[in-house]
Design a protein around this ligand. Structure first.
Ligand code: GLC
Ligand code: CA
Length: 555
């Protein structure tokens, strides 16, 4: 398909803003973000110009994994408010032209979900087969699969003598999607939310719903990601639920290859609109040099990161749709990981990285605080660990096995731990960053740089990261070439510049970003200077890119 003829769709033209509700805004003085806090800040989001909010889970949950362990899919978490609060948020957002996409966590439930409570109650219960139960092998776990959050992926239920599978924490038992009753129940629940008027789903670890039936030993990912029936189940979901509503659907697909993505996100509309790939955050570009598993602190290098994006851009061109993201609630802050968060470069490099991403082809996702240039936090000791992934890693790698020293693992946490993204949103310079009132302890502590980095300061400064994001979003809305133009990589051998073109009809958009803190020569505009579309310096000098300069033209 020629990209000129690419089918138009609102979700291709939209910019998504991810909210991690617990850390966004506290409205009732308990130190925990909530739904009314989000509603109160809708005008801020409208000002930024985003089209869609993706809400990380707001359902009832015992919070072993901050809401990714759901105990009731049709209820709101007490700490976040009530279903009335949700309905009000949805209405208020819609009134401002903002859509709401829900997180759909259906690879697993909480062990406190009524389905699991029943399933566990006896080996002959009706719902026993709703989860994945196996007999012990030689008195031990059924196989050697390791959970994503450390330790065996199996937990023994003493009462019935069988193990259940949990790819994540032991409080997140995996549902058995091979059982049609499970699919019925999930599809019913999805329909219920769609009928409420929500605008889509971000599907948590959806590539893991079909397990390798051999249950052979080996790495978990190989045996649970992109399994034999995953496409069949998603097509069934499309037929039975998704096709009946006008939705944005994005799958979180760990371990996905470009070829697999062409199926998940096929332009024929048989499964999902798009998927989140992990190559640039979990692949060689970011993990070579890791000390153990995901834990490392080496800085990702431009050629590797650019190579991954170029491959995905070219790979899906015309056959499937990309999603574009730098960070989310599972990743460190973009400016700290890929850019330069030193005070003298933070703003420029945050804008440069935003340019790189937002001018590519695909639907861009902004993670709360990214539009302020928020940075990673600093971990000074184990008492600061909150996230189950960090707590378990500390226990296993430092205390139990001594694989890493305390100092080493803390350095890794500073670089890549999920809590970097989960510090409260920095609204202003008042105590607790305006996230909650002064008299309460926010969950978890705010990043102390809120005195300099906060929304109020950004809104007062026309050169802030906020207004740069606002401009990028507006450019996408106004220029079809930003949405639909085909992608053409440039300067693929450069160690310092990330450049590409987008083509639509006879128009050409040229993008160049300097990933270094030094001036670089750049001859892309020697022959045809084009017209400036956006840049992070007020002026652009021919033949040169200043430190962290991003420059975009159209001709
Ligand atoms: C996804 C979520 C992550 C969660 C995990 C288990 O990767 O993004 O936050 O811990 O799934 O649900
Ligand atoms: Ca609250």
């Amino acid at each position: 398909m020629q990209s000129q003829d690419e089918a138009r769709a609102w979700w291709k033209e939209a910019v998504i803003y991810q909210i991690y509700p617990r850390s966004f805004a506290d409205s009732n003085g308990d130190g925990i973000g909530d739904l009314n806090g989000i509603t109160a800040h809708l005008p801020y989001l409208a000002k930024l110009g985003i089209d869609v909010i993706w809400l990380s889970p707001v359902y009832a949950s015992p919070n072993d994994d901050n809401g990714y362990d759901i105990s009731d899919y049709r209820a709101i978490m007490d700490e976040f408010g009530t279903m009335e609060d949700f309905d009000y948020l949805l209405t208020a957002a819609h009134r401002l032209g903002i859509k709401i996409v829900m997180d759909l966590v259906v690879n697993h439930t909480s062990d406190e979900h009524a389905w699991f409570v029943e399933s566990r109650s006896s080996a002959t219960n009706d719902k026993r087969d709703w989860y994945i139960w196996r007999d012990p092998v030689d008195g031990r776990e059924p196989n050697d699969w390791q959970s994503v959050f450390s330790g065996p992926a199996w937990e023994l239920d003493e009462a019935t003598g069988q193990y259940y599978l949990h790819c994540f924490s032991r409080k997140q038992p995996d549902l058995n999607w091979d059982n049609p009753a499970v699919r019925d129940a999930v599809f019913d629940m999805m329909t219920w939310w769609c009928e409420k008027g929500i605008d889509g789903f971000r599907m948590d670890v959806i590539s893991m719903i079909s397990k390798d039936p051999s249950f052979a030993n080996g790495p978990l990912g190989t045996h649970v990601c992109n399994g034999p029936h995953v496409h069949e189940y998603l097509q069934e979901m499309r037929t039975r639920v998704l096709s009946r509503f006008d939705l944005l659907t994005v799958g979180e697909t760990g371990g996905v290859t470009i070829d697999e993505a062409k199926r998940y996100a096929n332009a024929d509309g048989s499964e999902l609109n798009m998927v989140f790939e992990f190559d640039h955050v979990d692949g060689d570009a970011t993990t070579s040099g890791n000390l153990y598993d995901k834990w490392g602190y080496a800085k990702p290098q431009l050629p590797a990161v650019r190579g991954i994006f170029n491959r995905w851009q070219l790979g899906l061109e015309g056959v499937a749709w990309n999603s574009l993201y730098w960070d989310n609630h599972d990743q460190p802050r973009v400016v700290s990981r890929f850019g330069d968060d030193r005070p003298e470069w933070r703003v420029l490099s945050a804008k440069m990285l935003a340019t790189c991403l937002h001018m590519m082809k695909g639907t861009p996702y902004i993670y709360q605080g990214e539009e302020l240039g928020m940075t990673n936090k600093h971990f000074s000791g184990p008492e600061e660990l909150v996230d189950v992934e960090e707590v378990n890693a500390w226990h296993e790698l430092v205390e139990e096995k001594g694989i890493l020293s305390a100092e080493e693992l803390l350095l890794c946490f500073d670089a890549v731990a999920r809590d970097n993204a989960r510090t409260p949103m920095q609204w202003d310079a008042s105590p607790n960053a305006g996230f909650c009132t002064e008299d309460v302890e926010p969950w978890p502590a705010v990043n102390q740089n809120y005195h300099q980095i906060n929304a109020a300061a950004c809104l007062a400064d026309p050169d802030s990261v906020f207004y740069y994001y606002q401009e990028l979003i507006e450019l996408r809305h106004r220029n079809p070439i930003v949405v639909y133009g085909s992608f053409h990589p440039l300067l693929e051998d450069s160690d310092s510049i990330w450049a590409y073109e987008r083509h639509l009809g006879d128009r050409v958009l040229t993008v160049a970003c300097n990933w270094t803190d030094r001036e670089q020569r750049c001859d892309l505009w020697d022959e045809n200077p084009g017209t400036r579309l956006i840049g992070n310096y007020t002026t652009h000098e021919d033949g040169i890119l200043l430190p962290y300069e991003a420059y975009v033209t159209v001709r």
